[in-house]
Write a new protein. Structure first.
Length: 149
């Protein structure tokens, strides 16, 4: 058996962003705000009578904004793990953590609406949820422990 020596070096986060000053970060933050606003606009249409297609569209919109938020949050956390003493990284991470909290608060209505549905309605709607069905079912398990908005 051949022995291989590996040298450990810093990881590359270039698959996420080219660096802390990357213009794509600000662009993604602006895109995230647009996605959250579009998702918030769906709130009046949430009802037990909504169509399967409308629920599927809402789930895709929610997924898209959470994926973008996760990219920003993951980048901030990984940067911080690389250098916990850098004040710029600390500030960026705090900014992203604040953004995560704001997005969670602004989109909480959807999870609360889903949990408040009657069981039959939730079952009917979840048939069109595709890959999101498990997540919706898991949310329903939290129903007895959920506080109001």
């Amino acid at each position: 058996m051949t022995e291989t020596n590996y040298s450990q070096g810093p990881w590359s986060l270039r698959d996420l962003y080219s660096g802390l000053e990357a213009p794509e970060i600000q662009a993604d933050m602006q895109a995230l705000e647009s996605k959250v606003q579009a998702f918030e606009a769906l709130r009046p249409g949430l009802s037990p009578k909504m169509t399967d297609q409308d629920l599927a569209a809402a789930l895709r919109a929610y997924d898209a904004l959470l994926r973008l938020l996760s990219r920003l949050d993951g980048f901030a956390d990984l940067l911080f793990a690389q250098d916990t003493q850098d004040a710029r990284i600390q500030a960026f991470r705090a900014r992203v953590q604040q953004l995560v909290a704001e997005v969670d608060n602004r989109t909480l209505f959807f999870q609360l609406w889903w949990k408040a549905l009657e069981d039959g309605t939730a079952e009917r709607l979840s048939t069109a949820a595709g890959d999101f069905r498990y997540w919706l079912e898991a949310l329903r398990l939290e129903k007895p422990y959920t506080l109001s908005e």
